[in-house]
Design a protein around this ligand. Structure first.
Ligand code: AMP
Length: 513
C-alpha cells in the first residue's frame, strides 16, 4: 500500500464529521489493504507511530529535502525508515537521525511530507479513530460491529483484530476469546458529581471505595501468576508480595481486577507517589518490597475456573469475587438495592463520607446489572470525587520568570475534541512543586516541536490531572470556556492523550458553562 493512500484517507476522515461517512471511507480503505500492511496503516491513521517516540527534535525536521514529484513510497518503506531512525544511538545520533529523515523526506511528495511531519509531531493524532475503524472494518468484512468491538477488547488492541479479520473474514474473530494469561483492557469509569446523582442514574448499584493506587489485572493459571497495569505493562517481577497473596487464593485459574497501594500502620493509604514509585522501581525489588510493602485490593473478577464472566452482571461477578477473595482483600462497599428508598441513599452518602475520612479519594458507583465493558469508559461505573478534576493534555508551556527562570512553567491545557484534536481550555502554573517543575521542564523539552523564546509548543502526549473550581465562559479560548483556579495535581503517565477528558464532557458537567 502506498503511503500517499494513507495520507489521503487520513485527511478525508479528519475532515468529515459524519460518522456514517467516516465508516464508508474507512471500509473502502480496508478493502484495499493487505493484512500485512494493516498494522502500520491503522497506526498512521490514528496518528501514532508503531515505534513510539523517535527522539526527533524539531530541528531535525526544519530543513526538509525537496519533495519528490510522484508518490512512490509504500507504508512499509516508511515504517522501515522510521525503525532505522529509532534505532540510531550513541554519539552523533542526532545527525544520524537527521540524515535518515532527510533521505525519507526526499522520497516523499509535498503532500506526503506534510503528513509525515504531522505523524512525527503528533499533530495528526486522531483519538476517535479506533472506534471509527471498528465500524469500517466491520463494514469491509461483513462482521458485526459488536463482535469486532468485543474482539478488540479481548485482544487489548485493534491492530491484531484488523489483521485477522482482513486475512480470515468474520470467522477469524473466534480466535479472540478471553484467555487467562492474555491481558485485556480494563473497564473504565465516567464521572458523576455526587453519590446521589450517580445512584439516581444507575438504579440498583454498589458504592465502592475508590482507592488511589495502581490499577492491576492479575491472571493466574497453571503456569503461575502474572500482573499487568492499566496500560498493560507486565509488572509481575516488581510485586512479589502480590504474587504470593494471589497464589494463595482457592481456584485453579482466574482473572482479577483491582488496585495495588501501600497503607500506613493505621491502615490509611500512603501518598500515591509512594505507591507509584514502588511499582515503578525495577532495581532491587526485594529491598523495595521490604521498605514499602504494597497490598492488593480487588473489586472485580473477570474469569474463574473456565467461566468467562465478562457478560455476567456486576452482582453475579461480585458473588464470584466473594467466593474467591477473602474480605480483607476486597474493596469495601455499600449496596443500594432500592434507589427510591431515601434511607438507602443516605446510607450510601454516609459511606462516601466515611471513605473520604479513611483517606481515600472518593467512590466508584457501579450498576448492579452491568457487564464488564473492557476498555471502555462506560456509563455503568461512575466515579465521584470531592473536587472537580480533569485529565487534560499539555499542549505548550511558557518559560518562567523570576525564581522560575529557565524552567518551563505556565502550562497550556487542552481537552479532547470530537475529532481527536485538542482544544485549549486554559493555562496554569499553580500546584507545581520544584520537583515537578524540574521534571516537566525536562520532559516537555523532549516533546518540543517549536520554541519562540516565550512559549514551547509540544507534541500533545503528556496527560496532567488538574483540579479546578468551576468553568466560566471566555471569549479568549477556542471552546468559549475556561477553567477557574486550575491547578496541577499530578502528571498521569499511566494515561494516554486519548484518555483525556473531552470538551463536550466539560461543557455537559457544567450545564454549558
Ligand atoms: P480515574 O483514574 O480517575 O479515571 O479513575 C478510575 C481508576 O480508579 C481505575 O482505573 C482504578 O485504577 C481506580 N479505582 C480505585 N478503586 C476502584 C474501584 N473500586 N473500582 C474501579 N476502579 C477503581
Amino acid at each position: 500500500m502506498l503511503f500517499a493512500d494513507v495520507a489521503r484517507v487520513s485527511r478525508e476522515v479528519a475532515r468529515t464529521s459524519a460518522r456514517s461517512r467516516k465508516t464508508v471511507l474507512l471500509a473502502d480503505f480496508f478493502r484495499a489493504t493487505e493484512p500485512d500492511d494493516v498494522l502500520i496503516a491503522i497506526a498512521y491513521l490514528a496518528g501514532r507511530l508503531p515505534q513510539g517516540r523517535l527522539g526527533v527534535g524539531w530541528a531535525a525536521l526544519r530543513d526538509r529535502a525537496e519533495p519528490a514529484a510522484v508518490p512512490a513510497l509504500t507504508v512499509r518503506e516508511v515504517d522501515a525508515a522510521l525503525t532505522a531512525v529509532a534505532e540510531v544511538s550513541g554519539t552523533g545520533s542526532q545527525a544520524g537521525r537527521r540524515a535518515l529523515l532527510q533521505d525519507l523526506f526526499g522520497r516523499a511528495t509535498a503532500d506526503e511530507q506534510h503528513y509525515l511531519l504531522g505523524l512525527l509531531t503528533g499533530e495528526v493524532r486522531q483519538g476517535a479513530l479506533d472506534a471509527a475503524a471498528v465500524e469500517g472494518l466491520a463494514a469491509a468484512t461483513g462482521a458485526q460491529p459488536a463482535h469486532v468491538r468485543r474482539a478488540v477488547m479481548l485482544a487489548g488492541a485493534l491492530e491484531p483484530v484488523a489483521r485477522a479479520l482482513l486475512a480470515g473474514g468474520p470467522d477469524a474473530l473466534g480466535e479472540f476469546a478471553l484467555t487467562v494469561g492474555r491481558p485485556l483492557l480494563p473497564m473504565l469509569a465516567s464521572s458523576a458529581k455526587s453519590v446521589a446523582e450517580a445512584v439516581a442514574k444507575l438504579g440498583p448499584s454498589a458504592v465502592e471505595e475508590k482507592l488511589d493506587g495502581i490499577r492491576v489485572q492479575i491472571h493466574r493459571d497453571a503456569r503461575g501468576v502474572r500482573i499487568w497495569t492499566r496500560t498493560l505493562d507486565d509488572v509481575t517481577a516488581r510485586l512479589p508480595e502480590i504474587v504470593a497473596v494471589t497464589e494463595s487464593l482457592p481456584a485453579r485459574e482466574f482473572v482479577l481486577d483491582g488496585e495495588v497501594l501501600a497503607f500506613d500502620a493505621a491502615g490509611r493509604p500512603r501518598p500515591f507517589q509512594e505507591t507509584a514509585g514502588r511499582v515503578g522501581s525495577r532495581v532491587d525489588v526485594a529491598a523495595a518490597a521490604r521498605a514499602l510493602p504494597v497490598n492488593a485490593v480487588f473489586f472485580d473478577v473477570i474469569a474463574v475456573d473456565g467461566h468467562d464472566l465478562l457478560d455476567e452482571s456486576y452482582d453475579r461477578r461480585h458473588e464470584a469475587l466473594e467466593s474467591l477473595v477473602p474480605p480483607e482483600l476486597r474493596v469495601r462497599r455499600a449496596v443500594v438495592t432500592d434507589p427510591a428508598d431515601p434511607a438507602q441513599v443516605r446510607a450510601a452518602e454516609d459511606f462516601w463520607t466515611v471513605t473520604l475520612d479513611r483517606g481515600h479519594e472518593g467512590v466508584v458507583v457501579k450498576a448492579a446489572d452491568s457487564p464488564y465493558a473492557a476498555g471502555r469508559r462506560g456509563a455503568s461505573w461512575l466515579k465521584v470525587k470531592p473536587v472537580h478534576t480533569l485529565d487534560l493534555v499539555v499542549l505548550a508551556a511558557e518559560w518562567g520568570h523570576g525564581r522560575r527562570t529557565g524552567k518551563l512553567s505556565n502550562l497550556h491545557l487542552g481537552a479532547r475534541a470530537e475529532d481527536g484534536s485538542f482544544v485549549m481550555l486554559g493555562k496554569t502554573f499553580k500546584g507545581l512543586t520544584d520537583a515537578l517543575l524540574d521534571w516537566q521542564t525536562e520532559r516537555l523539552r523532549e516533546l518540543a516541536v517549536s520554541d519562540d523564546g516565550f512559549t514551547v509548543t509540544v507534541r500533545p502526549e503528556l496527560v496532567v490531572e488538574i483540579a479546578y473550581d468551576g468553568v466560566q465562559t471566555s471569549p479568549r479560548y477556542p471552546a468559549g470556556l475556561t477553567l477557574r483556579f486550575a491547578r496541577v495535581i499530578r502528571y498521569r503517565p499511566d494515561k494516554f492523550p486519548q484518555d483525556a477528558d473531552t470538551v463536550a464532557a466539560v461543557r455537559a458537567a457544567h450545564g454549558g458553562g
